[in-house]
Design a protein around this ligand. Structure first.
Ligand SMILES: [Zn+2]
Length: 268
């Protein structure tokens, strides 16, 4: 067999040099449909498997991925882009406002007329809410802060690889776990999006979303690290609190000097 991609001779179903399938068919209509569907569903149901396992047994799936079973699952960043696209398209089709582009500016400098308010807790909380409700960079920024906090909080919980090595999750592995969690949040948003059409349900939906979201991260870390329920609940709450605190500090480092500069300019 000669690989049509890298021209090496080989035996078997896949080229050992570049990984291309041995049977590379010519492009026909059916093949086009196959390729298109396959890019989502995958010949080995990669996409469906990732979604199913992430929703039904999130922590087990993330553990398998982090411990090296990479072929069967999409990485969280690919999945995130896919879920974000689905969310954007669905919200556009339904005519529901979405918080990908609506909340494009990170900080609301223009909403405050009184410069001293830039240092106030109200203003900072307003910006936290605004940022955390953004589906695109809000999720990524929060996942970043959460990874730093979780790295510390969960440093004593270790994973055992099949070769017996014990690993505490590093920053990037924590970030991957957090991004998988963000994907679950996005899937949840997609499912809940049609409900946004019902008037007066916004507050209830927000609360339901928050509860499911927090429940998922508790389940995820319990399964991922094989720890007890109470431990997962306590450590997750500490982790989330620390992440928020870290976020608050960084945000103040940005907004307070900016507010001071703005104040000086408006006086001048
Ligand atoms: Zn090849």
């Amino acid at each position: 067999m000669i690989c049509l991609n890298c021209k090496q001779t080989f035996e078997g179903d896949y080229c050992p040099h570049c990984g291309q399938q041995a049977q590379t068919k010519r492009l026909h209509f059916i093949e086009m449909i196959n390729n298109f569907v396959g890019s989502f569903v995958g010949g080995d149901n990669k996409f469906l498997c990732t979604c199913r396992d992430l929703i039904l047994r999130p922590g087990h799936m993330v553990r398998q991925y982090l411990l090296g079973q990479r072929i069967g699952y999409y990485n969280p960043l690919q999945l995130f882009v896919f879920a974000l696209t689905a969310y954007a398209i669905l919200s556009y089709v339904l005519g529901v406002s979405n918080s990908i582009f609506d909340e494009m500016t990170v900080l609301d400098f223009e909403t405050e007329t009184e410069p001293s308010k830039y240092a106030s807790l109200d203003y900072i909380l307003h910006n936290i809410t605004k940022l955390s409700s953004n589906k695109l960079y809000g999720a990524i920024v929060l996942a970043l802060f959460a990874s730093v906090a979780y790295r510390q909080v969960f440093r004593k919980c270790k994973l055992t690889r099949c070769d017996g090595r014990q690993l505490a999750l590093n920053l990037t592995e924590q970030f991957y776990a957090q991004m998988y969690h963000s994907c679950i949040g996005l899937f949840l948003s997609v499912v809940m999006l049609p409900l946004c059409l019902i008037p007066g349900l916004d507050d209830v939906l927000t609360i339901v979303y928050q509860i499911i979201d927090v429940a998922y991260i508790i389940v995820l870390y319990r399964q991922l690290l094989g720890i007890k329920w109470w431990k997962s609940i306590v450590l997750n709450l500490i982790g989330l609190f620390l992440a928020m605190l870290l976020f608050l500090v960084v945000l103040m480092l940005i907004t307070v000097p900016a507010g001071v500069v703005e104040g000086i300019q408006s006086r001048g």
